[in-house]
Design a binder for this molecule. Structure first.
Ligand code: RRO
Length: 305
């Protein structure tokens, strides 16, 4: 099968994964995505303690995408472990890999969550990039080379499970952050988290729409920014990149691969094309490769040559 790939020593049946934050909160949601053709599913970002998330509305459609400020809603790692134990068995049967997305406000918190989740996942994704997390979480880590380095190395030190760092586009120089997480031992980089934050105002209510006032931008409009970030990261490091940001079609996925991504994640795309988007994108990638007599390896990073 031309869509098979080995990344971080893991065999994936295809390169189209579920992104963090969308449909990753419950086992049944992840199972639905897995049955619709995803090569891997990513959990909602999990932290040490339960978090209710921000006030509603937490998501609003805008031109070209969505703004969200979910506010890291999650049940906390201890409760989530029960969910993921059940997910693991099902994913194994479907040959779909599990990415555990985790967050914390410092390297100690990341290590604590990683230690608890590590036996249940194939890959750990460090969320150091939420643009509206506040409180020392999220992009305040991913915008700082030293903090990013500390988080990656603390999690790398505790197990052999591969670790990828999810980066924020909201930086002056993404290459600098990428080089730092590679130096800390990251096995790969996921790029990008949401852009911004941005804001939408209801002019009749004379108020911002989101409960949190502002939130991160996802969807089609962020795609060119994500592509440029992947392109820059590819030129700066030797570890694989998982591209994410506005991918809706196979052509979008191929663009990311040409910029340097070895695999892609789809989040907002699920709202545009439904659960079946994973099968559709895989079919579209396959059709392109067959028609042009290319392999995935031929196209990954090809625009750099
Ligand atoms: O939960 C969120 O509000 C959220 C997170 Br953790 C993130 O990493 N990115 C995002 O757009 N929203």
């Amino acid at each position: 099968n031309i869509l098979n790939l080995n990344l971080f020593g893991i065999n994936f049946k295809n390169p189209v994964f579920l992104a963090a934050g969308v449909m990753g909160e419950t086992g049944s949601a992840m199972r639905r995505i897995a049955k619709n053709g995803a090569g891997a599913v990513c959990t909602k970002s999990i932290g040490i303690e339960k978090k209710p998330g921000h006030n509603n509305p937490t998501m609003v459609e805008v031109e070209g995408g969505f703004l969200n400020a979910m506010g890291l809603p999650n049940p906390g790692i201890d409760e989530y472990i029960e969910e993921i134990e059940y997910v693991r068995k099902q994913m194994h049967e479907l040959d779909v890999k599990i990415i555990g997305s985790i967050y914390g406000k410092n390297e100690k918190e990341f290590a604590e969550v990683a230690e608890k989740i590590v036996d249940y996942v194939d890959l750990i994704e460090l969320n150091i990039s939420c643009p509206h997390a506040g409180g020392g979480y999220g992009s305040s880590i991913g915008q700082d080379c030293n903090l990013s380095h500390k988080v990656v190395s603390s999690v790398k030190n505790l197990s052999d499970v591969p670790v990828v760092a999810k980066l924020t586009p909201n930086v002056t120089d993404i290459k600098e952050i990428a080089v730092s997480v590679e130096d800390a031992g990251a096995d790969g980089i996921t790029a990008i988290n949401t852009l911004g934050p941005g804001m939408v105002i209801d002019i009749d209510a004379k108020k911002p729409i989101l409960g949190n006032i502002y939130g991160g931008m996802s969807g089609k409009a962020v795609k060119p920014i994500a592509i440029k970030n992947v392109y820059d990261i590819y030129s700066a490091v030797d570890i694989p990149i998982i591209g994410v940001g506005g991918i809706t079609t196979g052509r979008d996925a191929i663009e990311f691969m040409m910029a340097g991504a070895s695999a892609v994640q789809v989040g907002t795309g699920v709202y545009y094309r439904g659960y079946d988007i994973f099968n559709k994108i895989n079919d579209e990638i396959k059709e392109y490769l067959l028609k042009n007599e290319l392999s995935m390896n031929d196209i990954i990073g090809c625009v750099h040559k």
